[in-house]
Design a protein around this ligand. Structure first.
Ligand SMILES: [Zn+2]
Length: 399
C-alpha cells in the first residue's frame, strides 16, 4: 500500500496496483489499527509518502476461515487473498473485524531536503517510521558484509515458520540513500533492492484418496487428499495433480507416501511419490472413465493433454461456468457470488447463464437465508450489468 500524509494527517491510501495506478482504499485503510491516522511526531513534514505491506497473520486467517465455515460462507484460499479481498470491501466495518496488520518499510520526503538529509539511510528511515507510530518488521537487521547476510538468510530459511505470516524470502536494500539514488531503477524495479527467495518447503505425508474435479471447460483435474500437514504456515490436506500427464507420471497407489510443497508459496502440489516406502500389493488409483458429476463417458483430448466431460448439460460444468460468469475476472456482478449460484441451482431457479437475467424478486424470495436487502442488492447488480452491456456492447464468446 501507498499512504500519503499531509501535515501529519492520513489523507489517502492506495493499493500498489500495476505500479502506475492503484485502487483508492482510504476508507478501509483507516480501519487498520497499525496505520496511524495522525503521526506521533511534532512538526511533521508537509507531505509524507509511506510504502508498506498490509497483511493478515496466520492466526487471524485461521479465525476468519473458521468463522466463515460456521456461517456456510466460502473460505479464503490463503491469507493474501483474504487481505486483498478485505481491502476491496465495500463495508469498512468488515475490515475492522478482519484484523488486518500493516508494516511500513519505506518513506519519501517529497521536496524536503532537510528531512532527506536528516534521514539519509534506510535504517534511520525505519527508525523514523517507528517514531511516527508505524509498526516495522522487527526481524529487519542492519548488516555490514556478505558473510552476515548469508547467516541472516540461512537463519530465516530455517526459522520462517516461527513467524506469524507466510514469508517466501528476504529483501536486501542498500542502506545509503545517496547510493540508492546513484543505482537508480530499471524499467521494472530498483537496482538497490533485491529479493532472495527461499526454496519451497517440502514435506512428506500419506495419500488417502484422489478426487476428480470437473472444471468449467469440462476438464477433469485430479486432486490428492492426504493426511493433514503444516506447510509454509498453513494446514494442508489437498493438493492438485494438475492434469492427466502429471497423474500418469506420479503413478499414485493407495497409502503411498508422497512429498508435497506449495508452488509459488500458495497452491499446494504433489512433487513425487516415495516409491521405496510403498507397501506391498498396494492398489494403483485409476483415472475414472466416466464423469463424476453426470456419469457420461469421458474423452481424451490429445492436443490439450486433458480428459474432458463433453456433455454440455453436465451440472458440474454448468456450475463452473456460472461461477466464472459472475466472478470478478468475468462479468463481476455485484451481490452475485459462488454461494448464491449454488443455492439458485439447487432451488432450480436457474439452468443456464441467460436465466440469471430473468431473476426477479418473486423467485429470489424463495431462497433460504436470502434477506430483503441482499435480494435488492443482487437485482441492482444485475440491472447495472445489463445497462453496461448495452452501453459498452460487450460481446461474449464461449470458451
Ligand atoms: Zn459431466
Amino acid at each position: 500500500m501507498a499512504l500519503k500524509y499531509q501535515n501529519g494527517v492520513l489523507v489517502s491510501a492506495a493499493t500498489r496496483g500495476d505500479g502506475q495506478e492503484g485502487e483508492d482504499i482510504t476508507i478501509n485503510a483507516k480501519r487498520i489499527r497499525s496505520i496511524p491516522l495522525r503521526l506521533r511526531i511534532n512538526d511533521p513534514p508537509e507531505i509524507l509518502e509511506i510504502r508498506g505491506e498490509a497483511f493478515i497473520s496466520n492466526n487471524s486467517f485461521q479465525e476468519i476461515n473458521a468463522y466463515r465455515e460456521s456461517k456456510g460462507e466460502q473460505l479464503f484460499a490463503n491469507p493474501r487473498n483474504a487481505c486483498a479481498g478485505s481491502l476491496r470491501q465495500l463495508d469498512p466495518k468488515v475490515v475492522s473485524k478482519r484484523n488486518l496488520d500493516f508494516y511500513a518499510y519505506q518513506v519519501h520526503f517529497p521536496n524536503n531536503p532537510i528531512f532527506k538529509k536528516k534521514y539519509n539511510n534506510q535504517w534511520a528511515r525505519l527508525e523514523f517510521l517507528k517514531d511516527c507510530g508505524f509498526k516495522i518488521n522487527l526481524h529487519s537487521k542492519l548488516i555490514n558484509n556478505i558473510a552476515e547476510l548469508e547467516k541472516y538468510y540461512e537463519f530465516w530459511k530455517k526459522e520462517r515458520n516461527k513467524i506469524n505470516f507466510d514469508a517466501d524470502g528476504i529483501v536486501i536494500k542498500i542502506n545509503d540513500i545517496k547510493n540508492q539514488e546513484i543505482l537508480g531503477h530499471t524499467q521494472k524495479a530498483p537496482r538497490w533492492a533485491i529479493a532472495l527467495k527461499f526454496p519451497a518447503e517440502e514435506i512428506t505425508t500419506k495419500i488417502q484418496s484422489l478426487s476428480f474435479q470437473v472444471g468449467r471447460s469440462g476438464a477433469i483435474t485430479p486432486v490428492a487428499n492426504f493426511e493433514e500437514v503444516q506447510l509454509a504456515g498453513t494446514k494442508v490436506s489437498r493438493a492438485t495433480l494438475h492434469n492427466i500427464e502429471r497423474f500418469e507420471y506420479l503413478d499414485i497407489h493407495y497409502s503411498d507416501t508422497i512429498i508435497v510443497r506449495k508452488a509459488g508459496e500458495i497452491i499446494p502440489e504433489v512433487v513425487k511419490v516415495i516409491k521405496e516406502l510403498r507397501i506391498n500389493n498396494s492398489v494403483k488409483i485409476k483415472f475414472p472413465k466416466f464423469c463424476p458429476s453426470c456419469g457420461c463417458k469421458l474423452e481424451k483430448i490429445p492436443a490439450e493433454a486433458t480428459i474432458k466431460c463433453i456433455n454440455r448439460n453436465c451440472e458440474a460444468v454448468l456450475i463452473g461456468l456460472l461461477k466464472h460468469w459472475v466472478s470478478k475476472s468475468a462479468m463481476n456482478i455485484d451481490g452475485l457470488g459462488a454461494k448464491i449460484i449454488e443455492q439458485l441451482l439447487e432451488a432450480k431457479l436457474i439452468r443456464n447463464i441467460s436465466d440469471l437475467y430473468t431473476l426477479n424478486y418473486e423467485k429470489l424470495i424463495k431462497l433460504e437465508r436470502m434477506g430483503e436487502k441482499s435480494i435488492l442488492n443482487l437485482l441492482k447488480g444485475i440491472r447495472k450489468f445489463k445497462k453496461s452491456i448495452m452501453e459498452k456492447k460487450i460481446i461474449w464468446i464461449r470458451d
